[in-house]
Design a protein around this ligand. Structure first.
Ligand SMILES: O=C(O)CCC(=O)C(=O)O
Length: 157
């Protein structure tokens, strides 16, 4: 969700990445596998070098707009660092999970899509021998790659 992070007490260090850096951040679910983003292990996570770091410090009285889909890593620089978050919907209300304390859950249409896909793959797995499942999973990957290319073209026009 879009949100504003309002700093009340103490300071926090933020590192943010734009949504299109998703390919460089080793995302697994809603988290990155890169555990030390300030000093990444480039041998294990070489693509991180290609990500653009947007960094800053927020102090009491600062408000930071964190747009939906932006990856962010927040570290408190003081023992007590207190913030207030204000989240809001900018798409149809039905698209948002009703219980989303941190405002970072996937949108309902996506959760539904990935659930259906998992179910279909499971069906495929039950019906076909492994060598076919592997082959068709790779066909699916190529379908998705083409879909992504098409969307990147749309976004860049
Ligand atoms: O302040 C924090 O520790 C986390 C803030 C956050 O994740 C957000 O504003 O979306």
């Amino acid at each position: 969700m879009d949100n504003v992070l309002i700093q009340v007490h103490g300071t926090k260090r933020l590192i943010m990445f734009k949504p299109s850096d998703i390919d460089y951040l080793y995302i697994d679910g809603d988290k990155s596998l890169v555990n030390d983003i300030e000093n990444p292990d480039f041998a294990t996570y070489p693509l991180v070098r290609q990500a653009t770091y947007y960094t800053g410090i927020i102090k009491p009285g600062d408000c930071l707009y964190i747009p939906a889909l932006w990856f962010h890593n927040v570290k408190s620089l003081d023992t007590y660092a207190i913030s207030v978050n204000v989240f809001w919907y900018h798409l149809k209300a039905d698209f948002y999970e009703p219980k989303d304390l941190y405002g970072n859950k996937d949108l309902v249409p996506f959760s539904r899509t990935i659930g259906q896909l998992a179910k279909s793959l499971n069906e495929l797995d039950k019906q076909l021998p492994p060598v076919y499942v592997d082959f068709y999973a790779k066909r699916l990957r190529s379908y998705l790659d083409n879909y992504i290319k098409e969307y990147e073209r749309k976004l860049n026009n």
